[in-house]
Design a protein around this ligand. Structure first.
Ligand code: HXC
Length: 518
């Protein structure tokens, strides 16, 4: 005869069903009507099937400020737990907009901090799925203190485990500092926005009128502010992007990045590279194409593609191994280095160094951008960050000078004596303090002025200078480049260098931490 179900089990099932219901059918339908998934649907899209384990689903807010007691929801607006991505464990949280708009209460913060602590203790990546009205207004300082707890962990765990923020709805007020402290910020176009003060406050304080999308939507954070790293058209694409990104990374700072069987043989080289650099040094070419022809096919994961487009940063694989690519895009502003490009490259170099990702740098830059706005904007301070980052990085560093490496740009872009392990130059490389015309003007000012034909004299002297310095041979003769190679040899040379540098040991002097010029 079948036993009656234990009432305690029935009670648990009831509680579970209540926790699964979130803010209720009506609010979930509202979320769907906006084209957004529920917090639980998003978790399904993120993880390998059947690997989700929830933690603390019965937590509710505590207290009764402004009538809060009237409505208590299990989970308190956030789902936390762990699961797997491509067979590797990750910890995460997913804010539930159907409960108090996903806002952060003291207890929600406790839940989030709990999974952050477990992630760092177990050396796994941490993922934030963010969809929230910010601090829960009713809880006042308790919710703000909750944010402080999260920010502190974001900072302390930075460089220990990868932290990824996926923006799936609003992220208003100081809450935006949590994604800003993480390694990767992914935004969904026309669905997510981030700002410290919203359109209403801005209107009241400065009189400026703007809507939420134009103020802090994906497009603006991709192209103007540089706050977002990747934008995608849908939340499914955002979740897939997390999975793709993690495939390049180790789970923590003491592991090496995973190896992936390359789609092409390491020996497969692209002969067309030998004719990619125009004979006229003033003519641009596309560095993205150079990169694509050297890395494993289709492996480029570009970061901040729409911001500071004169610089390129992204992850890739060469011969199956993860590398961080840094470079200039000569087709944009001739690849000059300005304030934003310095910041973009600095952050990426430091990210790669945190997670044992070798750096491959492609250099083609006429130098730092001249101008009053740049000088007054602190280009010295910003450029210094890049010097700091390359000098500090102890991962294998390989540099390829494809064309221009002038003055400051030569030095900051992974130059040999910043500690770069291998420096290659293509025959098209021009390595000098200044371009030929500028150098002739300064060095031979009197001679040019007193010549019968100053223009012809300048041209003649510039040509002499060009022959001496605007090529890689002077640099190679003095040991400033290790080898001059044909462009089509680059892939093989990088693979060989990576293999030779795999066990690189480069300890730094002990210190609490450095003082990067932020
Ligand atoms: C409590 C909130 C809330 C908040 C929204 N809700 N924001 N509850 N505290 N901050 C609730 C609403 O009452 C509503 O409850 C539900 O969430 C959904 O909100 P709606 O307004 O109906 O949704 P929508 O029209 O989509 O607008 C979403 C929104 C808007 C853009 C996020 O709600 C908004 O502007 N909220 C305030 C944002 C804000 O200023 N936050 C504080 C930032 S300062 P019901 O019961 O109807 O479902 C901050 C300080 C952090 O975060 C400090 C750290 C340093």
């Amino acid at each position: 005869m079948p036993q009656p179900e234990d009432p305690r089990i029935l009670e648990l099932r009831k509680m579970r069903a209540q926790a699964l219901a979130g803010g209720g059918e009506e609010r979930i339908a509202k979320q769907h009507a906006k084209g957004k998934g529920s917090a639980r649907e998003r978790i399904e899209g993120l993880l390998d099937p059947g690997t989700f384990n929830e933690i603390e689903p019965y937590i509710t807010h505590q207290g009764d400020e402004m009538g809060l007691l009237k409505e208590k929801f299990l989970g308190d607006g956030v789902i936390t737990g762990y699961g797997q991505i491509d067979g590797r464990t990750v910890y995460f949280y997913s804010q539930d907009f159907t409960i108090y708009g996903g806002t952060l209460s003291e207890m929600q913060s406790h839940k989030i901090c709990r999974v952050m602590d477990l992630a760092v203790r177990n050396g796994t990546p941490f993922i934030s799925l963010i969809d929230s009205g910010g601090a829960r207004i009713q809880e006042g300082v308790r919710s703000m203190g909750g944010y402080a707890e999260i920010f502190r962990r974001n900072a302390q765990y930075s460089g220990v485990i990868p932290q990824i923020a996926v923006m799936l709805g609003p992220c208003a007020g100081g809450a935006a500092y949590s994604p800003a402290l993480q390694d990767l910020v992914i935004m969904v176009e026309k669905q997510s926005f981030m700002f410290l003060t919203g359109p209403e406050v801005i209107k009241a304080v400065t009189g400026e009128v703007i809507d939420a999308e134009s103020l802090g939507g994906a497009e603006v954070h991709m192209a103007v502010s540089g706050v977002a790293h990747i934008s995608v058209p849908s939340e499914q694409a955002a979740l897939q992007t997390v999975r793709r990104y993690l495939a390049y990374l180790p789970s923590n700072n003491v592991e090496n990045p995973p190896y992936h069987q390359p789609a092409s043989l390491p020996t497969q080289v692209d002969d067309s590279l030998n004719s990619i650099i125009p004979l006229d040094p003033g003519e641009p070419y596309i560095m993205h194409q150079v990169i694509e022809k050297i890395i494993d096919p289709g492996s480029f994961f570009e970061i901040q593609a729409a911001w500071a487009r004169n610089a390129i940063v992204g992850l890739a694989r060469i011969g199956g191994h993860t590398v961080g690519i840094v470079g200039q895009e000569p087709a944009v502003m001739a690849g000059v280095i300005d304030i934003d490009a310095s910041d973009k490259m600095t952050r990426f170099v430091r990210f790669c160094d945190c997670f044992n990702i070798p750096l491959v740098t492609f250099v083609d830059s006429p130098g730092f951008l001249p101008g009053i706005a740049q000088e007054h904007g602190g280009i010295i301070r910003h450029g210094a960050k890049l010097l700091y980052a390359y000098s500090e990085a102890t991962v294998p560093k390989i540099c390829v000078i494809t064309r221009k490496a002038y003055g400051g740009a030569y030095v900051v872009m992974s130059s040999k004596y910043l500690g770069t392990d291998v420096t290659y130059a293509w025959p098209s490389a021009e390595i000098a303090v200044l371009g030929a015309e500028g150098a002739a003007n300064i060095l031979f000012k009197k001679q040019i002025e007193s010549a019968a034909d100053p223009n012809a004299e300048r041209k003649k002297l510039a040509n002499e200078y060009r022959e001496k310095f605007n090529n890689p041979y002077y640099a190679a003769s003095t040991g400033y480049v290790d080898d001059i190679i044909e462009p089509r040899e680059t892939r093989l040379k990088i693979i060989a260098s990576l293999s030779a540098l795999r066990d690189k040991y480069s300890p730094s002097p002990p210190r609490k931490h450095g003082n990067i010029p932020v």
